[in-house]
Design a binder for this molecule. Structure first.
Ligand code: NOJ
Length: 545
């Protein structure tokens, strides 16, 4: 990765859609089935676009839809330029892209640069012989003297990250499944081929990419062992047994990201790059790149892992805001297809507080499909387990958060005319998008109100953030844009709470508590149990006018 230069960012500053927009993740297998195979498809996304329009999100990110043997449900790509028949055809994709654009939404696809499927023609060639021209497109190494794998690196899904290939007598490296061999990004031909993949989809009109597992792109060239994690104990995920100091987050990754950004920036219409990297905040910041030549948005997953307490969340926001590079735009995430759902982690009452937090913080929010109706993790009976991760670590399987979208009270929740690939939630008849649409007290109505408010109030998108209170049960902060000042106060507890100080009068704009009447707060408001509010603060010089 030599000679790359930071690319100046071609974005329209604060007016860029992704700074002010809300992103919605579609997990296509579980969104809407239209061809009666129990698995969602592209036509299903198209038919459900009105849900997204009524939610008023600005962009959809669709998890991988490319040709794949589905060992890791699309994150094992066997042809980067073809749609897997499970999801439909290229015509279906073009129709979806076109219609989504016509409805005013952007389309972000998933880009999986770290690995391919073992069925990808590149890997089939690579493993054909040691002299094959694509041998070096993947990471092949000799066994140790004792015949064991080259080092102790572990797969994210458990077990060694090396698999022995009998035919050619070497090991190949895979950060994930053996069916997902890692590409060798030190080979310029790989770099060129993978950058062409970006161009292929940008030329078709996609508006950006979520870049998968970017922290795994490079490993230590000398193959040094990863040290054992002294804090690992029974009950923690097997993928935390080692400290991955040598097998991930290597300095070379930033050169590769700058090249991806260079491709994105070469297009006239601004194209967005979001990076997936589970890293501590200090390490994550490097993924914005030198002079912002990296990702527009390196995903910030820290709300998922931080204890749900006002002081801990306030400290996280402060740490994250302080660490951002100059001009770097923040972003926040509550969940995705790899993590237990927010309504399961926090419970239904606090999931409403989390929604208000996500949609009132400074930074682009990404929603995970189903969270807007408060879907919870669905228990998966042993014989229905599909996630390969669950084979090595049953309690860490990701099927529970991937179950089909609950659209209505009809059979199989309107998701599919046949039994879906994963079980439906048992309570879908009561708990679904259609019933919530009509109910002003529902989670869906809350999400719609929050997104509408975010779109209306520049203070919530472009405004500054300042902490007002972080006490045992209350987190309160102010978002300010010009003269416009909004107070957000969130009660994490089960009791009534008073705000410590509130000098200017406040007018309630939105509450998570449907029983609360709209009213003026002449004094500091009391928060109901589990209540969050957004209130408008009147500048002192306007009081009494
Ligand atoms: C992260 C994706 O979100 C996850 O679902 C996948 O298993 C791994 N990367 C490997 O691609």
């Amino acid at each position: 990765m030599k000679g790359e230069v930071p690319v100046p960012s071609r974005d329209s500053g604060n007016n860029s859609w992704w700074r002010q927009g809300v992103i919605y993740q579609v997990y296509p297998r579980s969104f809407q089935d239209t061809n009666a195979d129990g698995i969602g498809d592209l036509e299903g996304i198209r038919r459900r676009l009105d849900h997204l329009v009524s939610l008023d999100v600005d962009a959809i990110w669709i998890s991988p839809i490319y040709s794949s043997p589905m060992a890791d449900f699309g994150y094992d790509v066997s042809d980067h330029r073809a749609i897997d028949p499970i999801f439909g055809t290229m015509e279906d994709f073009d129709r979806l892209l076109d219609e989504t654009h016509r409805k005013g939404l952007k389309v972000i696809l998933d880009y999986v640069p770290n690995h391919t499927s073992d069925q990808h023609p590149w890997f089939i060639e690579s493993r054909a012989s040691r002299r094959n021209s694509k041998r070096d497109w993947y990471v092949w190494r000799d066994a140790r003297a004792d015949g064991g794998p080259p080092n102790n690196w572990a797969s994210e899904f458990g077990g060694s990250a090396w698999t022995f290939d009998e035919a050619t007598g070497q090991f190949y490296y895979h950060a994930y499944l053996a069916e997902q061999p890692d590409l060798n990004w030190r080979n310029p031909e790989v770099v060129a081929a993978m950058l062409d993949v970006l161009r292929f989809w940008f030329d078709r009109g996609v508006d950006g990419f979520r870049v998968d597992a970017i922290h795994h792109l490079f490993e230590d060239e000398q193959l040094r062992d990863d040290p054992v994690n002294p804090d690992w104990q029974e009950g923690l995920s097997p993928n935390q047994r080692l400290l991955r100091v040598n097998s991930m987050d290597q300095p070379e990754v930033h050169g590769a990201i700058a090249l991806m950004r260079g491709v994105a920036t070469s297009y006239a219409n601004e194209r967005l790059l979001i990076g997936e990297a589970y890293l501590p905040i200090a390490r994550l910041m490097a993924y914005y790149g030198i002079a912002l030549s990296g990702f527009h948005l390196p995903f910030n997953f820290h709300l998922i892992s931080t204890p749900w307490q006002p002081k801990a969340i306030a400290a996280l926001i402060d740490e994250y805001e302080a660490a951002l590079p100059p001009g770097g735009w923040p972003n926040w995430v509550l969940g995705n297809h790899d993590r237990s759902r927010v309504a399961t982690r926090l419970g239904p009452a606090q999931a409403r507080i989390a929604a208000m937090l996500l949609l009132t913080l400074r930074g682009t929010p990404t929603l995970y499909q189903g969270d807007e109706i408060g879907m919870v993790d669905v228990p998966i009976p042993r014989h229905r387990i599909r996630d390969p991760f669950a084979t090595n670590a049953p309690t860490f399987g990701r099927d529970p958060e991937r179950t089909p979208m609950q659209w209505d009270a009809s059979p199989r929740a309107g998701f599919s005319p046949v039994e879906p690939w994963l079980p439906m939630a048992a309570d879908f008849k009561r708990h679904n998008a259609a019933s919530q649409f009509a109910d002003p007290r529902s989670m869906l109505s809350l999400y719609r109100a929050l997104i509408a408010l975010r779109h209306k109030e520049a203070a919530l998108t472009l405004g500054t953030y300042a902490l007002v209170q972080a006490s045992e049960n209350v987190l309160a902060y102010e978002r300010r844009h010009g003269e416009r000042r909004l107070l957000i106060a969130l009660n994490f507890g089960e009791g009534f709470e008073e705000l410590e100080s509130l000098s200017p009068p406040a007018k309630l704009l939105l509450s998570t508590d449907p029983t609360r009447e709209k009213e003026d707060f002449a004094r500091a408001p009391k928060l109901n149990p589990n209540e969050g509010i957004v209130a408008e603060l009147t500048p002192p010089n306007r009081v009494g006018r």
